[in-house]
Design a protein around this ligand. Structure first.
Ligand SMILES: [Zn+2]
Length: 473
């Protein structure tokens, strides 16, 4: 199956092919955080989906150039700084730092660039784009001195969101002066300064003011990735008006198709409800860590559901994540032990050799549920082979190599490698043999000896499992 994604623009699954196919270069722009408060785990679900997308493209041999913007000037950041009584930059800096801290905890790969909207380089670029739109008749300055995009002059407006222009309602992002606009759906490119903005302002041909949120992404994307990019991502709530506006602005200026593939991540629900501070179900990454979970466990919990399906976050789900990761850890420990034992047993059956099913599943619009299904099926099968002493060192190494490859996408390995000491492994093997001979007395003795070394043997329906004993810890 070719690599394919669901494109929000066409509402169809499309085969992926970057513009720069010979260099296998994939240019990717992802809308980043608005730094007016700490991002919540719903935001991070989208960032983890983008991380998965980047890593899978890399596994498939693409060189990904990824840009994630930081929105550090818009209504909420200005209001926040004013209420805190500190300069805008000082106000946003703390949330920028928090964002990077949380992203690091969740093992999200860093983008190549994190442009900030307040950087003068990009402000200049935004002003240049707005001037170009005005000269093409696609924008106008209204009586309130703000500059608006004239959506009636852009026939494709509404195409991404599949919206009918006549049904447009005010988005609430523009100021109170709706009456100055020609059409209720016209969005601000440049917002004229008013008292509430304090000293947050830049000079422009239209007087002092600040850029609108949408133009920030168009300008930064163009400045760093060029006029045309391959992939643009965000959450579903970015589709309208934000991404719709980005298309109108960028294509309005260049006359070229802005984005080839639009990918959007569905919402995160908490206990089946929309996350809201008023409902008391609003969690940040530190909130989850404070409950005793790790960043790795949260990463798994946010990663395991297909990105276009709403994900329901529950504490039960966090426990399942812990359980699943425990199975991976144990499995890796057993494989490592056999790989280094130079064990030349009966060779592993063909059916238990690593396949490409994992990455093939991800080729299908990042079907992570199917990919993880293959992973756990493989774990079950290889564990069975190990129980029956049918895994030789070479096969175990092949599985470890396989894991290395798929873990470049998952990034779920434990920070400290779990290894089973040689002595414990040998005792476990002897115990396995004793059990097969139905020598229960010897089996129990061996269990005691294993236990004395700080390990625990559990007999499960999938065979015996070795874990570090919590009693002796
Ligand atoms: Zn954006």
């Amino acid at each position: 199956m070719p690599l394919q994604f669901f494109n929000t623009y066409s509402r169809e699954i499309e085969e992926f092919g970057p513009r720069d196919a010979t260099a296998r270069r994939a240019r990717m722009y992802t809308c980043g955080p608005t730094v007016y408060s700490r991002a919540h785990i719903g935001n991070f679900r989208a960032y983890i989906f983008e991380d998965l997308l980047q890593r899978h493209l890399e596994l498939r041999g693409y060189n990904v150039d990824r840009v994630m913007n930081i929105t550090d000037v818009e209504d909420k950041t200005i209001r926040g700084a004013r209420e805190a009584g500190i300069p805008l930059q000082e106000f946003t800096e703390q949330f920028k730092a928090a964002f990077f801290e949380d992203a690091h905890m969740l093992r999200i790969k860093r983008a190549d660039e994190y442009p900030a909207a307040t950087d003068q380089r990009y402000i200049d670029r935004m002003i240049g784009m707005i001037s170009a739109l005005i000269s093409k008749g696609l924008a106008y300055q209204a009586d309130d001195k703000s500059v608006y995009f004239r959506i009636n002059k852009f026939p494709d407006y509404g195409k991404l969101a599949h919206f009918d222009l006549t049904q447009l309602q005010s988005t609430g992002r523009v100021k109170h002066d709706e009456y100055d606009k020609e059409h209720i759906g016209d969005f601000a490119l440049w917002k004229a300064w008013d008292e509430e903005d304090g000293n947050v302002k830049w000079d422009s041909p239209w007087g002092p003011g600040r850029p609108g949120w949408h133009i920030e992404c168009s300008a930064m994307s163009m400045a760093l990735l060029g006029d045309q990019i391959d992939i643009h991502c965000g959450g579903v709530d970015n589709i309208f008006p934000h991404h719709e506006a980005e298309i109108a602005q960028s294509e309005g200026v260049t006359g070229k198709k802005f984005v080839s593939y639009w990918l959007h991540c569905a919402h995160l629900l908490v206990d089946g409800q929309k996350m809201a501070k008023s409902l008391g179900n609003f969690y940040t990454v530190p909130d989850v860590l404070a409950k005793g979970y790790t960043g790795r466990e949260l990463r798994y919990a946010l990663l395991r559901v297909h990105y276009r399906v709403p994900l329901n976050f529950t504490w039960e789900g966090m426990n399942e994540a812990r359980e699943s990761l425990g199975r991976i850890d144990e499995w890796l420990a057993r494989l490592r032990q056999i790989a280094k034992s130079r064990n030349v047993q009966r060779p592993t059956l063909n059916a238990q050799r690593p396949t490409t099913a994992f990455e093939d599943a991800l080729d299908d619009d990042l079907n992570i549920s199917a990919a993880l299904g293959f992973l756990f099926e493989s774990i079950r099968e290889t564990n069975r082979a190990m129980d029956q002493n049918e895994m030789d060192a070479a096969s175990a190494s092949a599985w470890l190599e396989w894991w290395k490859r798929i873990n470049s996408v998952l990034d779920l390995e434990a920070e400290t490698e779990v290894t089973i000491p040689e002595e414990v492994a040998q005792l476990a093997q002897q115990r396995e043999n004793a059990r097969r001979e139905k020598n229960w007395k010897r089996s129990d003795e061996l269990r005691e000896r294993i236990s004395a070394l700080g390990w625990e043997v559990r007999d499960t329906k999938d065979g015996s499992k070795l874990t570090r004993s919590t009693r002796n810890a």
